[in-house]
Design a protein around this ligand. Structure first.
Ligand SMILES: Cc1cc2nc3c(=O)[nH]c(=O)nc-3n(C[C@H](O)[C@H](O)[C@H](O)COP(=O)(O)OP(=O)(O)OC[C@H]3O[C@@H](n4cnc5c(N)ncnc54)[C@H](O)[C@@H]3O)c2cc1C
Ligand SMILES: NC(=O)c1ccc[n+]([C@@H]2O[C@H](COP(=O)([O-])OP(=O)(O)OC[C@H]3O[C@@H](n4cnc5c(N)ncnc54)[C@H](OP(=O)(O)O)[C@@H]3O)[C@@H](O)[C@H]2O)c1
Length: 430
């Protein structure tokens, strides 16, 4: 069985950025033998949401490397240069490339670490390897596409698994129903359904707004109900002073606050990221609704202050019982498909790390994203993308990705240097 200094779970932007940071420092300190394990067959980045006209919600300067090392060859600018599009991109006069282009950039970077990533393997369990009264290594178990199980040993671990779909209670029994699906699967699932007369989109965030506009342009005979709990679609606030909360140094500020202060901060800035489409998109939706009024012909509806009470699937479609929370009125609607643009949850790490709970408790992290552990537990376990509660809104986004990888790399190096001689020797023997 192979032993690696570091195993990374997932090979999305967070771990690609870490692979770059490790590579760029390979000649300083102890070299790190890192392997990443990714469940997809090859690199893709939220592929079912690469919609026509969708663009990034963050400046390209917050790419995989620039904020850590502007001279890196893995910057978006160097990608453009290598693809011979730099002058043309400049003429676009934008900081926000299309999602298609940024996805291609991420794939270009990932491809340069193909020998350090095992694709098509899903990590399902991490077990402690005890030596006497110490845990010196971790056994990483993954399932390959053919169902076989593969095991590797790791001296350290970085868990960067992203989010999983948030499915509202009423829709949970419909996991195998092809006419109900989450925005995460939008393109591949909608394309399987053929022509649709009536579609419901649940949610009022960026995904819901993008999907609404995509359905509007897809087929002129499709009617869409946008069903949301809020009274209005509120745009994300990305004005410059507000946007400072996504600066890398704001992580210290958030981390140093008390829990109460953090709760207050999250409430104050919630709509910078969640339930908040770009203003431009909100204006496009408003225009579509307005033009219906001018034409005197209603095609789409905005069902604001509406909650889905009950769902029933029949041969003729999906029947939703809705509550209009303003008047407490109930009504029933039939749809050919329901798309849940209801966001994401980030608990996956708890399931794979469950066997380590006796050593890692409830998986709280220090400032360097390292999970706090009991004495005698030697491996360092880092979390990327699951620390929003302590590190702020940037944690699930690309905002601090490049800087965070340097913080993790330094903590990893420090931890390795401090490992007691006995456990270092044991780890080397394994
Ligand atoms: C549609 C969409 C658009 C977005 N656009 C932006 C944007 O413009 N700007 C921005 O800042 N943020 C954006 N985000 C937020 C997004 O979370 C980050 O951009 C980024 O993807 C975070 O990278 P990550 O590597 O932490 O997570 P992910 O990109 O989710 O990558 C996690 C990887 O881990 C793999 N994985 C999961 N479980 C396992 C397992 N058990 N074993 C092996 N591999 C596993 C997954 O397959 C995936 O490749 C967007 C999110 C969505 C859903
Ligand atoms: N082009 C891009 O760059 C792009 C595209 C898509 C997404 N993203 C990013 O991805 C992240 C997630 O965005 P998102 O739009 O997918 O999710 P989101 O912002 O979390 O929005 C989820 C929506 O679903 C609603 N919702 C959640 N649970 C519900 C329930 N049980 N019943 C009814 N409604 C429910 C929420 O309503 P309430 O407000 O009432 O809670 C909200 O309107 C954000 O960071 C976003 O910026 C980026």
């Amino acid at each position: 069985m192979q032993t690696h200094d570091l195993i990374g779970i997932g090979f999305g932007p967070s771990n690609i950025a870490l692979a770059i940071a490790l590579d760029e420092k390979r000649h300083t300190g102890q070299p790190v033998d890192a392997l990443f394990i990714e469940k997809q067959a090859g690199f893709t980045w939220h592929p079912d949401m690469v919609l026509d006209h969708a663009h990034m919600q963050i400046s390209f300067l917050k790419d995989l490397a620039t904020l850590r090392n502007p001279t890196s060859r893995f910057t978006f600018v160097n990608y453009l240069h290598e693809k011979q599009r730099l002058p043309d991109f400049i003429n676009l006069k934008t900081f926000y490339p299309s999602r298609q282009e940024f996805s291609d950039y991420l794939g270009w970077a990932a491809a340069q670490f193909a020998d350090r990533c095992a694709y098509a393997e899903e990590v399902f369990e991490i077990l402690p390897e005890r030596q006497g009264d110490e845990v010196s290594l971790l056994r990483v178990r993954s399932r390959c596409a053919d169902g076989s199980v593969r095991e590797r040993l790791a001296r350290n671990l970085v868990v960067s698994m992203g989010g999983t779909t948030n499915i509202p209670e009423a829709f949970r029994p419909f996991k195998d129903e092809p006419r109900v699906f989450h925005s995460h699967n939008y393109l591949s699932r909608i394309d399987q359904l053929g022509p649709l007369k009536k579609v419901a989109v649940v949610g009022g965030g960026q995904s819901a707004a993008e999907i609404f506009m995509e359905l509007h342009g897809r087929d002129a005979s499709t009617q869409v109900d946008l069903i949301m709990r809020a009274r209005a679609i509120r745009p994300s606030d990305d004005s410059p002073f507000v946007n400072e909360i996504f600066n890398a140094d704001f992580t210290d500020y958030v981390y140093d606050r008390s829990e109460d202060e953090r709760t207050h901060l999250f409430k104050e800035f919630w709509h910078t990221n969640y339930s908040a489409p770009d203003l431009e998109l909100v204006q496009q939706i408003f225009k579509v609704m307005y033009e219906q009024k001018v034409a005197g012909k209603q095609r789409h509806r905005l069902l604001r202050r509406h909650q889905v009470q009950e769902v029933r699937a029949g041969a003729d479609g999906l029947h939703l019982r809705l509550l209009d929370t303003d008047g407490q009125l109930e009504h029933a609607n039939r749809y050919d498909a329901v798309i849940l643009a209801t966001g994401y949850v980030r608990h996956q790490h708890k399931a794979v790390l469950a066997p380590l709970a006796p050593y890692l408790g409830d998986f709280t992290v220090d400032r360097n994203y390292r999970v706090r552990s009991t004495p005698g537990f030697r491996p360092q376990v880092f979390l990327q993308g699951a620390c929003e509660a302590t590190h702020g809104f940037s944690d699930t986004l690309l905002s601090v990705t490049a800087v965070r990888t340097e913080e993790i790399r330094c903590a990893l190096e420090e931890g390795r240097a401090q490992a007691p001689a006995r456990s270092r020797a044991a780890a080397l023997q394994a």
